[in-house]
Design a protein around this ligand. Structure first.
Ligand code: PMV
Length: 326
C-alpha cells in the first residue's frame, strides 16, 4: 500500500487558463506542453490504517489549509477508485520551488496519481491516468507523459485527457528556466482560472487558441524553433494580459521577469535563437537550441534580479521508484 513516483513538470506552449467546469478541471481550450527532465517532483504515498489521519508533507513541511485540502481531495478520488477508506501519508520533494509558476502542481499531481494508483494495486490505461491526474491539477493531465503532449479539452470527465504528440527524443530542444523568485505567488492558479472570464482580454485569448494549437503542432512536427517560440511568447503574453486585467488582479511579473524578457528580445535582434514563455508566476522559461543553451544560461545569470537557472531537456514519463521518502 506504499509507492513512490517521480514526474516532470511541463512548460505549456499553448496554455490552459480558465475552466468550463472548475470542479472537474475541464478547460476552456486544448493545450500543448513539453515535459521537462530537470524540473521534477518525487511523491511517496502510503495508504494504511496505521497512519491515523491523512498526513501531507510538501518539501519537508506539513501542508496546511487549502494546499492540504486539495491533496486530500485527490486522495479521496484515488481511495474511491481503490475501494478503500484507509488514511494516507504523502510526502514530496521537488527540484524547484513550488507555487512560483514552474508547474509544481503538474508534477506533484502526476506523481501522486501514478504513485497512488500503484500503492492501491490499480493497473489502469494511460488515458485514465491522465483524466485522474487532471482532477488534481489540470496541467497534471499532461505531465503523465514524457515529451510533447496535447491535452484535448473535451466536454466531460472521460473526454478530457492528454496524449503524446511526439516522444522526448523527437527534438533535442532546451528550456533554460530563469528563476527570479522562490516566493510563493500571491494568486494561485485556481483563483486565476476562475478570474479569467472577468478579463476583457479573455475572449481575445480564446480566439487565438485554435490557430496557435495548429501552429504548435506544425512547429513540433517540423522541429521549427522560430514557430514554436512565436506561439509560446504570444501565449504567455495573452495569458498574463488576462491575469493582469481580471478580478482579482494577478500581476505575476517582477522586475527580474521583465528584465529577462527584454534580454531575450534583444538577443533575438542579435540573431540568438531564444524565445521566452511564462506560466502563472514570475519565473521565465527560455526556449533555445542545445548549442545555445550554455551561453543563454550563463548570460541569464548576469541579469539583475536573477537567482539561478535550471537547464532542462525534454523529459520522459513518470517513473515508479523503490526508494521511498519515508
Ligand atoms: O494546472 P493548473 O491549475 O496549475 O494551471 C496551470 C496553468 C498554466 O500553467 C498557467 C498554463 C498551463 O497550461 O500549464
Amino acid at each position: 500500500m506504499k509507492a513512490t513516483a517521480q514526474a516532470g513538470a511541463n512548460i505549456a506552449i499553448v496554455k490552459y487558463w480558465g475552466n468550463l467546469d472548475a470542479s472537474l478541471n475541464l478547460p476552456l481550450n486544448s493545450s500543448i506542453s513539453l515535459t521537462l527532465d530537470q524540473a521534477n517532483t518525487i511523491v511517496t504515498v502510503e495508504f494504511s490504517p496505521n497512519v491515523g489521519e491523512d498526513r501531507v508533507e510538501i518539501e519537508g513541511r506539513p501542508a496546511a489549509g487549502y494546499a492540504r485540502e486539495r491533496v486530500i481531495g485527490h486522495l479521496n478520488h484515488l481511495r474511491q477508485m481503490g475501494g478503500t477508506d484507509a488514511p494516507a501519508r504523502v510526502a514530496s520533494r521537488s527540484t524547484f520551488p513550488p507555487a512560483t509558476g514552474l508547474a509544481f502542481s503538474a508534477s506533484f499531481y502526476a506523481a501522486l496519481t501514478v504513485a497512488g494508483l500503484a500503492a492501491l494495486g490499480l493497473a489502469v490505461d494511460p488515458r485514465t491516468v491522465s483524466t485522474v491526474a487532471r482532477l488534481g491539477s489540470g496541467s497534471a493531465a499532461r505531465s503523465v507523459y514524457g515529451g510533447w503532449v496535447e491535452w484535448v479539452a473535451g466536454a466531460s470527465h472521460e473526454e478530457s485527457y492528454a496524449q503524446v504528440l511526439a516522444p522526448r527524443d523527437w527534438w533535442a530542444i532546451r528550456d533554460v528556466i530563469a528563476i527570479v523568485s522562490d516566493e510563493p505567488k500571491a494568486v494561485p492558479s485556481t483563483v486565476g482560472h476562475a478570474a479569467a472570464v472577468s478579463s476583457p482580454c479573455h475572449q481575445g485569448r480564446l480566439a487565438r487558441t485554435t490557430e496557435h494549437l495548429a501552429m504548435a503542432r506544425t512547429a513540433i512536427r517540423n522541429r521549427d524553433l522560430a514557430l514554436l517560440g512565436q506561439v509560446a511568447e504570444e501565449q504567455a503574453l495573452l495569458l498574463h494580459a488576462v491575469a493582469m486585467t481580471g478580478t482579482p488582479r494577478a500581476l505575476y511579473w517582477l522586475p527580474g521577469t521583465v528584465a529577462v524578457m527584454q534580454q531575450v528580445l534583444a538577443w533575438r535582434e542579435e540573431g540568438w535563437p531564444a524565445y521566452f514563455t511564462l506560466d502563472a508566476g514570475p519565473n521565465v522559461h527560455v526556449l533555445t537550441t542545445v548549442e545555445d543553451a550554455p551561453r543563454v544560461a550563463a548570460s541569464l545569470c548576469a541579469i539583475p534580479g536573477m537567482q539561478r537557472t535550471l537547464v532542462c531537456a525534454p523529459g520522459g514519463p513518470p517513473v515508479l521508484g523503490d526508494v521511498h521518502l519515508f
